[in-house]
Design a protein around this ligand. Structure first.
Ligand code: NAD
Length: 278
């Protein structure tokens, strides 16, 4: 059976590692050809070599406009078309007390997390608009609307990605181009482990340390975000536009009731709220 992205082409920024790499694999498994646009040359080339002719690695720093344009252009020159851009490259950004953050660190944080998404959209949109079809997916985060997950600037940057997604969805909808974002919870990747290129052992340790904190009793895996991204990119989400798809295992659903109210632990008192006869 032909894949659901047979004959189509996607550019995936940050595609050398973590969520991006899992999404590259997902798209290829569905028949797509993919440009990996990432700064990590060794990892990106290794993944491209493993997946073969369907994948092209283009060294790209998403903060540089000419490099982002070159990545988008390479989709056309290598594979002849463009159907999707997934703006996913990211990092944790500047952390620490606000007064200790330099303007340089502020700028690089916003450049990677916000400007990088903007540039991807800026250079892919004209192609998608002209052909009257295509999808743009951005990686925001649950940090976009739920503080305490990442550092303040990271949270602010992801909120900007969320709003950019909605605004651009309105701008491009008329042309048949949909724009959505995915909002992952805690996912076992080198970024979340705080170590670029982290090994499987490090990620396994992360699971062991954090799984118990989560609603589903485990943190997420990159493949679970890749599935959501692929759905947003595919025809199966054809009427979904300007949407922020939360994939967090329930983390932002709220606090379990029992944790908020000690009196609930007393089952006798619960009965007071039951209708008569039940
Ligand atoms: N892992 C999580 O828990 C989590 C949760 C919510 C959102 N996210 C977001 O998911 C996205 C992917 O992160 P990940 O967790 O897979 O981390 P990761 O470190 O495994 O992958 C991030 C990739 O982005 C690339 N990158 C960073 N800066 C770049 C730049 N300037 N130009 C080009 N490429 C660049 C890195 O080289 C890397 O390959 C990020 O936007 C991140 O903020 C992650």
């Amino acid at each position: 059976m032909a894949g659901r992205y047979q004959g189509r082409v996607a550019v995936i920024t940050g595609g050398a590692s973590g969520i991006g790499a899992a999404t590259v694999r997902k798209f290829v498994s569905e028949g797509a050809r993919v440009v990996i646009a990432d700064m990590q040359e060794e990892m990106g080339k290794k993944l491209a070599a493993e997946l073969g002719a369907a994948v092209h690695f283009q060294r790209t720093d998403v903060t540089h406009e000419a490099q982002v344009k070159a990545a988008v252009d390479s989709a056309i020159s290598k594979f002849g078309r463009l159907d999707c851009i997934y703006n996913n490259a990211g990092f944790g950004g500047a952390a620490g007390p606000v007064e200790s953050i330099s303007i340089q660190d502020y700028d690089i944080t916003m450049d990677v997390l916000v400007k990088g998404v903007f540039l991807g959209i800026k250079h892919a949109a004209p192609i998608l608009k002209a052909q009257g079809s295509g999808t743009i997916v951005n990686t925001a985060s649950i940090a976009a609307f739920y503080s305490g997950i990442g550092p303040a600037l990271y949270n602010a940057a992801k909120a900007a990605v969320l709003q950019m997604t909605k605004s651009m969805a309105l701008e491009f909808g008329y042309f048949g181009v949909r724009v959505n974002c995915v909002c992952p919870g805690i996912i076992a990747t080198p970024l979340a482990a705080g170590r670029p290129g982290a090994s499987k052992e490090v990620l396994d340790k992360m699971h062991a340390e954090l799984d118990g904190e989560e609603v589903l009793r485990r943190i997420g895996n990159p493949e679970e975000i890749a599935d959501a991204v692929f759905w947003l990119a595919s025809d199966e989400s054809s009427y979904v536009n300007g949407h922020a798809l939360v994939v967090d295992g329930g983390r932002t659903a709220g606090l379990p009731y029992q944790k908020q109210t000690s009196w609930l632990k007393k089952p006798r008192e619960l009965r007071l709220y039951r209708p008569e006869g039940r």
